[in-house]
Design a protein around this ligand. Sequence first.
Ligand code: GRF
Length: 201
Amino acid sequence: MSASPRLAVLGSGKGSNFVALQEAILAGKLDAQIVLVISDLPDAVILSKAAAFGLPTATLPPSPFRTKLSPEGESALVELLRKNDIEWVVLAGYMRVVKEPLLNAFAGRIINIHPSLLPAFKGLRAWEQALLAGVKETGCTVHFVNQDVDAGEIIAQQRVPILPQDTPETLHARIQVAEHELYPDALAKVLSDRRRPWGNP
Ligand code: GRF
């Protein structure tokens, strides 16, 4: 039997999707191993959650830009991933736009989860965008990452109803419940398909 695919998880926030992935791995529902958890923010909760699972963590050096790493920072990240023999990069609440050379180094092997039914409501606070638009349902999407933000090939989606009394917080919480189901399942689907008909650059 071949070794489980080696993942790095990148996140900037509270890491609930990372926890869902690691729990799915421990429960034998996702054949993968999280080798490294990386954050751009030294105090991100995702790092302490990773440490609580006994997983190695790394923090990226500060970037001069708010929304992306510097080209040097992105190169250092590629080095770190290569040094750890990472095969797949899994974004879980990572708040920087992925640029070259990372995109090229891991073409077709970077995956993200977004809190809307893409292509609707790309960008930040997608649940709030859905609420303000007055739509009756939203959801979450697992997709490949390419050079266009929240626009790579869609792997899987899950619908979430919007209730009349919803606030941004209650809606985001309901979307997150769906995310925690969808992300491990969608990732398992991608990783088990060794022929990779997906996400070809
Ligand atoms: C999720 O809603 C995800 O869709 C978005 O950022 C949030 C991360 O949440 N990309 P968490 O850090 O996994 O709890």
